[in-house]
Design a protein around this ligand. Structure first.
Ligand code: ZN
Ligand code: ZN
Length: 300
């Protein structure tokens, strides 16, 4: 991996005057994206933005999340090579742009887009505010608590357990394969975005993860939206538990700091969450600030 990166970078540096990065990568046949098959008919696609999952069956291709228009097109082109079935259904785990901007790439390819009812409300609100309504493909169907449908030998279940990363995060489970996409309800080894403008709540987020851990079993494979350096976007229940503990440590740390009389500015200077040192990289101020606001609100 390191060697490949080194070769890639030195070739890019070498060819920088005459060739674009894209054309060099193409010439080396190194694609900017990666597909990993988890079973014969379920795989994940990673490039930029939230992890995409896809499912092949005789009923058509089901896609979970769509990243951005350009990366979604890479996915579409590649899946067309691998499977002759039409696209059947697009599901969004939640409304954030790194999961739904690419919906538009499926505009002429499928008729149904499915998400939690709050995800649709949030997507519209953000698009209206940013004047990007013409770039959206909105959910055509929404659900409140549970949604179920069959696709080939799979039963696909969407569950909503309350506010977490937003107030519209769906967990999508393929029962036959026992694979669940939890979207941004898990940031594996990476500091999370806590979208309080869309109803996120850390305490409730922990309850959502508790419900998910209770619902699924030891053999369930979980797919999450984002991971940090050296961390995977898939894992077992342990991945959920580790992130649950991280969120608990964020609340515990910020709560203790508030009780010790620290200001928000002082709290935001922290470089590590005590108890969760493996969470590294940038963005630590996002959960710290969210926890500060959430706890201040609670204490009036
Ligand atoms: Zn995301
Ligand atoms: Zn998100």
């Amino acid at each position: 991996m390191h060697r490949r990166n080194f070769l890639q970078n030195s070739m890019i540096a070498f060819g920088a005057f005459t060739l674009s990065k894209q054309s060099i990568l193409k010439a080396m046949s190194v694609e900017p994206w990666k597909i990993t098959m988890l079973t014969d008919d379920i795989g994940i696609f990673t490039e930029r933005g939230g992890t995409i999952a896809f499912h092949f069956s005789k009923d058509g291709i089901v896609i979970i999340d769509a990243q951005f228009p350009d990366t979604a097109q890479h996915l579409i082109d590649e899946l067309k090579k691998r499977n002759s079935q039409p696209f059947h259904l697009l599901i969004n785990t939640h409304h954030h742009g790194d999961h739904t901007s690419g919906n538009i790439a499926f505009k002429d390819l499928l008729k149904r887009v499915l998400a939690h009812e709050n995800s649709l409300i949030n997507q519209k609100k953000v698009a209206v505010a940013n004047k990007t309504e013409d770039k959206q493909l909105y959910p055509t169907q929404t659900f409140g608590k549970v949604w179920q449908e069959a696709a080939g030998k799979e039963k696909i279940t969407l569950n909503y357990y309350g506010a977490g990363h937003t107030n519209g995060d769906a967990i999508i489970h393929f029962s036959h394969a026992n694979i669940a996409h939890v979207g941004d309800l898990v940031f594996n080894g990476r500091h999370p975005f806590v979208d309080r403008s869309a109803g996120a709540n850390i305490q409730s987020w922990m309850n959502v993860l508790d419900a998910a851990m209770k619902k699924f079993d030891k053999k369930t494979i979980f797919i999450c939206g984002h991971s940090g350096n050296g961390f995977d976007v898939k894992g077992s229940k342990d991945m959920l538990l580790a992130f649950h503990d991280y969120l608990g440590n964020v609340l515990k740390f910020v709560g203790a700091e508030i009780r010790a009389g620290k200001t928000k500015e002082e709290i935001l200077k922290a470089t590590e969450i005590p108890g969760s040192p493996e969470w590294k990289g940038d963005g630590i101020e996002r959960p710290l600030q969210a926890a500060f606001e959430e706890l201040s609100e609670k204490n009036g």
